[in-house]
Design a protein around this ligand. Structure first.
Ligand SMILES: *[C@@H]1O[C@H](CO)[C@@H](O)[C@H](O)[C@H]1NC(C)=O
Ligand SMILES: *[C@@H]1O[C@H](CO)[C@@H](O)[C@H](O)[C@H]1NC(C)=O
Length: 509
């Protein structure tokens, strides 16, 4: 059975490999028409690479900076006391600049507390080529960017440590080449690769792609590394100091082709182009989100792979094992590159709240159990009802199951857990049989599933909690039954109290 997004995925790869031949049938025309800022988007014939500076959030056109013309710096309002963030676009199917550029520019400019110069490298005429040609051009463009930055340093003493390049797709490798062309004593402050392109870069040597050596600090967000015919649009391998893999990095929620049908109904053919770019471009929108929702930053956690992450095994922040995704990333870096994982929502704000739940069962049914559970989480602020739980395997013996649960909302500190064994016809039947075989009264405590403890770790707050059944005398869980678990400390206090009062009673007698 083919996965539903294989169709569009194939198209993307087809486009990447064969370029314009496949691109014709993609309805690029409506995409073009739907677009607003046409003036900026005309590729200039004379100069192949343009450096633009945006003066304000609403500046659509930008102001062109010319190397060897220092007066253009003043004309364009370049402020030498502020850092410079340069946006670099990627490969182009249609020769048009994409809308995200203005969104990212606007988001960078909207940060009143940290004003920055926002620049843009327009290399569209060199990017609107067959993919392999565009790839070859990235090195040249990188060298031009380096020359531009060195000129800035020379003419207005602008330090490279104040430079932050943000490159999308092929633009990420342009940034890398810019960094490696600078020389050691002029190291660029930071490079961010937004889903750096994979084809013709995957597996190549560090000098032929973006790598950690290219700047003092390099971060990358991988969002479309789904492999098809041995290729993936975004590069799979880690290439930065911090490599973020949201949702595992392969594919993104909300980009599923079936979900995109809705958009096609709303936005017409334009949506097809958007659909193909959805997961690839998600890297950009995650970055924009980090600027726009600075109070809802997403955290990534170091992990070896998505499998371990999905079991909730990697929610530690000790020894720099977690970091903030996007603009406000902590720039500490100690030697080794780190792969960071996180789950996101399908749209902005993308942040979710990660929890590890470790559930300890004592299975006392002879047959291995395969029940369905739900959990309701009662927090100080809100309650999340009936979250389905899949343990992924049968409950066999005394085992502790670890799983990752993510919540879209902040429920506040977790107070209680309602754990329910959902009725499943099959199981209810088995249960009845078990009950008849083992008459109540004789072995009441040896039948069923005993739920003993649930350990919880909250990734975002790093808080650890232990939950025990509210009623310690009744640990048995039957189908359709719900158990309430509260913090064990509360429970043990109450127990101690009860014991004390019992003792006092005994003494008084
Ligand atoms: C340049 O930036 C500095 C620091 O953000 C600011 O204090 C100053 O007012 C800016 N200068 C101009 C001319 O905008
Ligand atoms: C499970 O734990 C219970 C109580 O701790 C113990 O009596 C029982 O023998 C254990 N079962 C297995 C299969 O280890």
């Amino acid at each position: 059975m083919g996965s539903p997004f294989q169709g569009p995925l194939f198209l993307v790869l087809c486009i990447f490999i064969q370029s314009s031949a496949c691109g014709q049938g993609l309805g690029t025309e409506p995409f073009e028409r739907s677009y607003g800022a046409t003036d900026v988007r005309k590729p200039l014939q004379k100069t192949e690479i343009r450096f633009l500076l945006f003066r304000s959030e609403s500046d659509r056109l930008g102001c062109q900076l010319r190397v060897q013309h220092p007066e253009t710096l003043q004309e364009c309002g370049f402020n030498t006391s502020q850092p410079l963030v340069m946006i670099i676009h990627g490969w182009s199917m249609d020769g048009l600049l994409e809308t995200w550029i203005w969104k990212l520019m606007g988001a960078l400019k909207s940060r009143q507390s940290q004003p920055v110069n926002v620049g843009f490298v327009d290399w569209i005429s060199l990017a609107h080529q067959h993919y392999a040609v565009a790839v070859r051009n990235t090195r040249v463009v990188g060298q031009e960017v380096a020359a531009f930055l060195l000129w800035l340093e020379e003419s207005v003493k602008f330090s490279q440590s104040n430079v932050h390049l943000i490159g999308y797709s092929l633009g990420a490798h342009v940034s890398g080449f810019a960094g490696s062309s600078m020389g050691r004593e002029h190291k660029i402050g930071r490079i961010t690769g937004l889903d750096p392109a994979g084809p013709l870069f995957e597996g190549t040597s560090p000098s032929d792609r973006l790598s950690p050596d290219d700047a003092s600090f390099v971060d990358a967000i991988h969002t479309f590394t789904q492999e098809h015919m041995g290729l993936s649009v975004g590069i799979q391998q880690p290439i930065a100091h911090y490599d973020f893999y949201p949702n595992g990095g392969t594919f993104q929620p909300g980009c599923h082709f079936l979900e995109l049908y809705k958009h096609i109904a709303e936005h017409g053919l334009n949506a097809i182009t958007q659909a193909i770019k959805c997961a690839h471009e998600r890297s950009v929108h995650l970055f924009i989100d980090s600027l726009r929702h600075s109070d809802l930053q997403s955290t990534g956690f170091q992990c070896s792979d998505m499998d371990s992450f999905s079991q909730g095994l990697c929610l530690s922040c000790k020894k720099g094992r977690c970091n903030t995704l996007g603009y406000d990333i902590r720039r500490d870096w100690s030697g080794k590159s780190k792969k960071l994982f996180l789950i996101t929502r399908a749209q902005a704000p993308f942040r979710v709240y990660h929890y590890q739940f470790m559930i300890q069962f004592i299975n006392q049914i002879e047959k291995p159990a395969e029940p369905t559970f739900t959990m309701s989480l009662l927090g100080a602020k809100e309650e999340m009802k009936r979250i389905p739980i899949t343990l992924g395997e049968r409950i066999t013996s005394n085992k502790t199951y670890s799983l990752l649960i993510t919540l879209d909302k902040d429920i506040g500190e977790l107070i209680a857990i309602k754990f329910k064994w959902e009725s499943r016809a099959v199981w209810a039947n088995v249960w009845n049989t078990v009950q008849t075989i083992m008459p109540w009264g004789i072995t009441p405590h040896n039948s069923g599933l005993l739920l003993k403890t649930i350990w919880v770790k909250a990734g975002e707050t790093q808080q650890r909690m232990t939950f025990c059944p509210e009623n310690v005398d009744d640990l048995q869980l039957h189908p359709t039954q719900e158990k309430v678990l509260v913090k064990c400390e509360v429970n043990s206090k109450r127990l101690a109290k009860e014991q004390m009062s019992q003792e006092t009673c005994a003494k008084n007698k």
